[in-house]
Every structure is written in structure tokens, then in C-alpha cells.
Design a binder for this molecule. Structure first.
Ligand SMILES: [Zn+2]
Length: 320
């Protein structure tokens, strides 16, 4: 089983009013997350990965830079690429109507999800975003994750037209995420659509039997470890973990959330200690797994780590 440790990297401005003044304070928070404890956004994420010898995949959202300037995107990809980590494409079309000159004909209102755009519009948006990212990075990208996991059949066609053969957008906890494909295939194994191979975000059943994505900020370390062991026992070929550039920060602040920091440290230590049995790999040269018709069962965890997560959540609310 291959583990993919993925991070969605994006910058937001507390809404869509006073974008320029908000951006001035939001950009340093989202990118660096400076506090008296250290820089717990990208720098600390990269440091922890490096310390454990792990290679992550960083899906970077480039459209925001068409509003504010290419140098802001360049700084992000330099941090990641210089750390020897993999840069791939993330896309939040919420930025489309903020960009001048307009990049699409019909952008009179904000359309949040990529699936709200036609095939031609999706193709143009992915092309535009890919060009921004590749010129900042100085080399090609080959994998994609859609913002908010919003993806449909047209998206796969748009990816194929743009030369992107790997996707990791399907997350069955989100209704907007390829519902038809999820119904047909179950989303517990890679799916091939229009020549694109999609590696779904891993979803497991927690101690109460509820579905939960394998997200660093949303699971206790015990849940993540048991879900990894369970997926390996179910002979899953891939296990996709999600996090964000701001996942180790407290909501709306630059101070670290040490509950999440500890989870991420524990996860990285576990993955480093088990790298022979469950290796962590990127997507750039990933062509080992061919999708099959096998539908492994979803991984599951026991009750104890789920109860622990709920206790952690209550403690976080109490101390924040
Ligand atoms: Zn995103």
C-alpha cells in the first residue's frame, strides 16, 4: 500500500470585501503562520516532513496570484520546491471573477465550485491555473486536486485536454465530489476516467461507524493509525491523507494548535518508522498502480481512538 501525504495550499482573505488590505495580513498568516512559538504554517510543515525523511504532495492554488501578483505565488512554490517536496495543482474558481482582465466570458457572479462551470470553461480555467503555477515553479506539474473536492465527468475531460493524468479530488464525504462515480465505484480504490487516474481521499469508518476523511485536523492520531493498518489489512493499494497549509494553526489566528501539531508529528513518526511496509510517495512518477475492478472495504477504527478525538476536540474548544 502506498501512502500519499497531501496538502492543499491556499490563501484566503476573510471574505471578499477589502481584498487588498485583508490580503496584507492574511498572506503572511496562511504562508508562514508566524508566532512566538515558530512559523507553524508552511515552514513548520516542511521542517517536520524533512525531519522524518517524508515526501509530501503540495497542491498549490495559483488563481489568487492573478489578483495580487505572481511574486506571491513564487514565494510559496520556492519554499516547497526548495525543501525537495512535490508541487502540484489545486484550483479554487472562487477567484475567477476577481481577476482583471477577465479570464472567462461569463463571470458576472461568483461561482464557487469547478462543477458549476461548463466543460469549455473548466478546460480554460485549468489551463490558465496550470500556466500560472508552472511559470512560478519553472517546471511542469502532473497532478490535480479540485477546490472543495468539486469534480464531475467534465473535469476529467478538461484535465486530459490539459495533459494532467493524475487526480486526487474525489472525497465521498462531500456531495459535490463526483457523486455518480462514487455510487458506481465506491471510491475506496483508484478509478480511471478518460485516461486520468483518480486517487480518492481515503475515507474510513470511525468508532461509531460514521464516515470520516483521513484529514490530519479531523482525526485523532489513533484513528489515523488504525485506519492505515485497517486499509493495509483490506489490501487497499493507496491511502490518501489530506492536510492544509493552515491546519496546524488555531482558527483565524497565527498561534499553533498544539493538538494538531502533536497529531501531525505522531503521524510522521509512524510513517517514517513503517516506511518499508507502507511507503509514502508522491504523484509525479506514480504509475505503479493500475486501477482494477477490486472494491476493497473501507478502513475502520475501534471506539477508543474516536472517543479520544472527541475528548481532544472538547479540550481544543475549551482552550482556544
Ligand atoms: Zn482548497
Amino acid at each position: 500500500m502506498n501512502v500519499h501525504l497531501t496538502f492543499d495550499i491556499e490563501v484566503w482573505c476573510n471574505g471578499w470585501i477589502n481584498l487588498d488590505s485583508e490580503f496584507a495580513s492574511c498572506y503572511p498568516r496562511y504562508v508562514y503562520g508566524h508566532s512566538r512559538h515558530g512559523d507553524y504554517a508552511l515552514p513548520k510543515t516542511l521542517e517536520i516532513l524533512d525531519r522524518h525523511g517524508l515526501r509530501g504532495v503540495f497542491f498549490v492554488e495559483p488563481l489568487f496570484s492573478a489578483r495580487f501578483g505572481a511574486s506571491y505565488l513564487e514565494r510559496i512554490v520556492r519554499l516547497i520546491d526548495d525543501a525537495g517536496q512535490e508541487v502540484q495543482l489545486h484550483l479554487h474558481p472562487e477567484w475567477t471573477d476577481e481577476i482583471r482582465p477577465a479570464i472567462l466570458a461569463n463571470i458576472s457572479r461568483k461561482r464557487q465550485h469547478l462543477t458549476y462551470y461548463s466543460l469549455d470553461e473548466q478546460t480554460a480555467l485549468i489551463h490558465y491555473a496550470k500556466s500560472l503555477l508552472e511559470s512560478a515553479l519553472g517546471k511542469p506539474v502532473s497532478a490535480f486536486r479540485s477546490g472543495s473536492y468539486a469534480i464531475n465527468e467534465d473535469t476529467f475531460q478538461a484535465l486530459a485536454s490539459n495533459g494532467i493524468a493524475i487526480d486526487s479530488s474525489i472525497n465521498r464525504c462531500y456531495a459535490i465530489s463526483a457523486p455518480k462515480l462514487v455510487r458506481e465505484h465506491g471510491a475506496t480504490a483508484p478509478i480511471a476516467v478518460n485516461g486520468v487516474i483518480s486517487y480518492p481521499v481515503t475515507v474510513f469508518h470511525d468508532g461509531f461507524g460514521r464516515e470520516r476523511p483521513a484529514q490530519v485536523g479531523a482525526c485523532s492520531f489513533g484513528e489515523m493509525r488504525q485506519a492505515l493498518e485497517s486499509a493495509r489489512d483490506e489490501r487497499c493499494s493507496n491511502f490518501v491523507i489530506v492536510s492544509h497549509n493552515f491546519e496546524m494553526l488555531k482558527a483565524g489566528r497565527s498561534d499553533p494548535d498544539f493538538v494538531v501539531v502533536r497529531r501531525f508529528e505522531q503521524l510522521c513518526r509512524f510513517l517514517a518508522e513503517n516506511k518499508d511496509a507502507i511507503p509514502v510517495s508522491g504523484f509525479d512518477h506514480h504509475a505503479k498502480v493500475q486501477p482494477s475492478s477490486a472494491k476493497p472495504r473501507s478502513p475502520r477504527t475501534g471506539m477508543l481512538p474516536t472517543v479520544w478525538r472527541i475528548a481532544e476536540q472538547l479540550a481544543r474548544r475549551g482552550f482556544s
